[in-house]
Design a protein around this ligand. Structure first.
Ligand SMILES: [Mg+2]
Length: 366
C-alpha cells in the first residue's frame, strides 16, 4: 500500500460555553483535520491537530505549512510502514501538533491494515481497563465556578479539575474552599495552575493546600515548564502530589523529570509529544520508574481524543484520563471513535481509530 496524498482542512467547532484557563479563553475549537490517502480503495487514515500556540507554539498556518512543506514530500509515494512513525520526528524539530495529526493518521492506516482496533494494534494484551474522564471547571468568579461544578456533578462527573493561577493564591484558595464546601465529599477535586506561579507563590500555595485540608488530590504544573528543579523540589516538599504537564513534551523531558524528582504524576498529551509513537516512549520511561500517568487533551475534538483513548487503553501506566474537551462542544461533528456515557469513556467498534472517515471528510471538506 502506497501513500498517494495528504489532504487537510480547517474546521471550527463552537463550544457551549467559553473555556478559560490562566493562559487563554477559547470559544471555538479550531481543528485541522488530516486525511492520508492511499492507492487502495477506501484506505484512508485520519488525524487532527489543534493550534495551541500558547503551549506548543503551533498555529493553524504553521501546522499546514509543516504538512505542505515537510510531511507531504516525505510521505507521498512511500509504502505504508511503521518506519514512517520515526521519520516524521527526525525530519523536523518542534511542530508537535502537525506530527500528532500525521502520526495518528498513519497509525489509523497501520491498524486498519492489520484489521485491529488501534489499541489492540498497540498492545496485543491490553487488559480490560475502564476509564472515566474528569471535567474541567473554567476559571471564573467563585459563585460561577460553584454553579458550574454542581451542574457537572449532577451530570455524572465525579472528578473535577479546577483551573487556578489567574489571580493571587488567596483568591484561588477561596475558590477552592467554596467548591469544597458546596460539593459532596465523594467528588474528587484536582487543581491545575498551567505554569502560573513563581517560586514564592508556588511554595505558598502548596503549603496552604496541605494545611487547609481541602482534600485536593493533585496540583498540576504549578510553575513554568522549564523550572524542572523547582518542580522536583515542590513534588518532594509537600503532601499534595504534583503533576507535570507543560514540562513534559518529550522522552528527554521525561528523563529530566525523573532526575529532579517530579516523578509521581505525569500528564501525557498527543499534541505535546507529537503523537502516539513518542507518547509510547514517554510511557516506557514512566513504566520503568512507576510514574502514574494521566492522558489529557488540548481543546481538541473527537478525532484526536479518540487516538488518545486508544493510546490510554494500550498503556498500562495510564490510570486516568482528562478527555473533557469533546464534551464541551455545542454539537458533535464526528461519528464513531470515542463515546461517552456520563464520565465513562469507551470506543465504538471498528478497526484503526474506528472513526467514520467518509462522514468526516464530507463534513469538513465542503
Ligand atoms: Mg494541565
Amino acid at each position: 500500500m502506497f501513500i498517494t496524498d495528504i489532504k487537510y482542512y480547517r474546521y471550527g467547532t463552537p463550544l457551549k460555553k467559553p473555556f478559560k484557563t490562566s493562559l487563554r479563553t477559547v470559544e471555538v475549537i479550531e481543528s485541522i483535520y488530516v486525511f492520508i490517502e492511499t492507492n487502495v480503495d477506501g484506505f484512508v487514515g485520519v488525524g487532527e491537530a489543534v493550534p495551541t500556540y500558547v503551549i506548543t507554539g503551533d498555529t493553524k498556518g504553521g501546522i499546514e505549512a509543516a504538512i505542505e512543506e515537510v510531511f507531504k514530500p516525505l510521505l507521498i509515494n512511500k509504502p505504508l510502514s511503521k518506519d514512517l512513525l520515526q521519520e516524521i520526528h527526525e525530519i523536523i524539530v518542534g511542530n508537535t501538533s502537525a506530527k500528532a495529526a500525521i502520526d495518528m493518521a498513519l497509525y489509523d492506516l497501520l491498524a486498519q491494515d492489520a484489521e485491529l482496533p488501534l489499541y489492540k494494534y498497540l498492545n496485543h494484551n491490553p487488559g480490560n481497563k475502564s476509564l472515566e474522564t474528569c471535567y474541567t471547571v473554567s476559571l471564573n468568579e467563585a459563585d460561577e465556578m460553584v454553579a458550574d461544578a454542581l451542574r457537572y456533578v449532577r451530570e455524572g462527573y465525579n472528578h473535577l479539575k479546577i483551573k487556578v493561577g489567574k489571580d493571587n493564591v488567596e483568591t484561588d484558595l477561596n475558590r477552592l474552599k467554596a467548591l469544597r464546601n458546596a460539593l459532596p465529599t465523594k467528588v474528587i477535586l484536582s487543581a491545575d495552575a498551567n505554569q502560573a506561579w513563581d517560586e514564592e507563590s508556588a511554595h505558598y500555595a502548596l503549603k496552604h493546600f496541605d494545611e487547609a485540608n481541602l482534600n485536593i488530590e493533585s496540583i498540576e504544573q504549578p510553575v513554568n515548564r522549564y523550572e524542572y528543579s523547582l518542580l522536583g523540589e515542590l513534588a518532594r516538599g509537600y503532601h499534595i502530589p504534583v503533576m507535570a504537564d507543560e514540562s513534559l513534551f518529550s522522552p528527554y523531558d521525561a528523563n529530566q523529570l525523573i532526575e529532579t524528582g517530579a516523578d509521581k504524576l505525569w500528564n501525557i498529551k498527543l499534541m505535546k509529544s507529537g503523537g502516539i509513537f513518542q507518547a509510547l516512549k514517554i510511557h516506557a520511561i514512566a513504566k520503568s520508574h512507576n510514574v502514574s500517568c494521566m492522558v489529557g487533551c488540548m481543546m481538541e475534538t473527537h478525532v484526536s481524543v479518540t487516538a488518545a483513548l486508544h493510546f490510554s487503553l494500550a498503556a498500562d501506566q495510564v490510570e486516568r484520563v482528562d478527555f473533557d474537551a469533546p464534551l464541551m462542544v455545542l454539537q458533535r461533528e464526528v461519528q464513531g471513535g470515542i463515546q461517552y456515557d456520563k464520565a465513562k469513556v469507551f470506543l465504538s467498534e471498528g478497526n484503526g481509530l474506528g472513526i467514520d472517515r467518509a462522514y468526516l471528510y464530507k463534513k469538513v471538506s465542503s
